[in-house]
Design a protein around this ligand. Sequence first.
Ligand code: FAD
Length: 450
Amino acid sequence: MQNWKIESKTAEQGHQLPVLAHVDVLVVGGGSAGVAAATTCGRQGLKTMLIEKYGFCGGAAVAGLSGTICGLYTATDEGEPQQVVFGFAEEFRQALLQRGGLTEPQRYGKTYTVTHDPLMWREAADDFLLEAGVEVLYHTAVTGVVMDGDNYQGVVLESNAGRSVVMAKRIIDASGDAAVVARAGGEYFFGDNGVIQNPTMFFRLGGVDMDKYLEFYGEDTICPTKVTEKILELNASGEYQLPRHKIWIFPTTRPNELMVNATRLAGQDGRVLNVIDPVDFTEAEVFGRKQVREYARFLTHFVPGCENGYVVDTSVEVGIRQTRSIEGVSKLSNDDVVNCRKDEDGICRSPWPIELHSGTKPKLHWLMNDWYDVPYNTLIPRIGDNIIVAGRCLSAEHEALASARVTAQTFEYGHAAGAACVLSLKHDKPLRELQGREVRAQMNLGDSRL
Ligand SMILES: Cc1cc2nc3c(=O)[nH]c(=O)nc-3n(C[C@H](O)[C@H](O)[C@H](O)COP(=O)(O)OP(=O)(O)OC[C@H]3O[C@@H](n4cnc5c(N)ncnc54)[C@H](O)[C@@H]3O)c2cc1C
């Protein structure tokens, strides 16, 4: 190992740390975006490394147990929703299906979603990365960046083995939290003037009599009015404290099991929790678990079929919908989403509604029989070279992000970021000089449709 002098904008300045590796592409974060990005680069023969702080991939979809792939299908009042997103998201969907780790399409209001098994998600991701020749480091966190002016050169890693550096020609920040960009002093913002969507702790309920449950609840995973009315009645009586009135429940691939998206977490003093702050993160975890028990008590007492239900587990971490969004070369606006704006430099379609979680009832704004395009430049920070983001930290206004953050799309942002790195290195061209349409063409080399 050689030693490297850190020219970092962070507190690392002046320290000497061992260099663990020199790679073509370093991917920070193994959520849906990071897995897609690293696989795309590895398959093209680039020396690719993925760093993940947990011991498995999946991020919000697995550790956060968000549990379904949303964003594949259009919303419609006429006939069946149509699948309009393919690419890596479709490849991963197929891989889960082949393992028996995915349900058939399930009704979610005017569209469909599909529920996945979180263990099989991890295994599928391991296989994708292994087959693509990606070097993966689990249980390792990125804690700093190595900068030369505004050029990203590498990152500082931390594990219980100590600290080291990985130097990279290109870095993909797929941390969800824009962890790399933020540590480099890059520009970012939080939601609507600092107000972000609430976190939710998911749980799974076993021991359910599915026939009885479905007969009462119906096929739609969004709860029927009678469930909301019961929640309101119980809250009014003071017997229960159920802060969210409209809840989602998904039958899983396992027998007699439901996955429940019900909790709404705010600070004990009523403040919006921002889980970037470990104080808020801790409060969300502790009171999330308490709220899970309260919703489980409600289900077992008032939802037929759930009488003998028990909490199988909660998510590994509270589900995080939103933290930092980067200030990008372009920003996806609320109007772009509502008006289903198409963009010739789009790298991904999104037909998913604005699904905004704040307050007692999530807001849903459907995009009927249509979709919008997410432009490539929403992944490129306004300042800095050799860096691209992938995933939910893209540059998007608050309500736009409430649509653009779901998993089919985050897979495709990763796919796009990986394709962009391939082109950038092949043609020795800065990431910010690439056109979205050439990135899309590169993505489509491996796939029949976007
Ligand atoms: C409660 C909730 C419900 C949701 N429901 C759905 C749903 O039903 N369907 C759907 O499609 N989407 C849903 N979503 C959205 C979706 O799950 C996420 O937006 C998406 O999974 C984000 O993917 P990502 O790859 O951008 O980020 P993440 O999944 O957040 O991945 C980031 C990864 O980076 C790692 N990381 C972060 N910082 C570091 C660091 N410094 N060093 C190393 N590793 C790091 C993290 O551990 C994580 O694995 C939901 C989200 C939440 C929170």
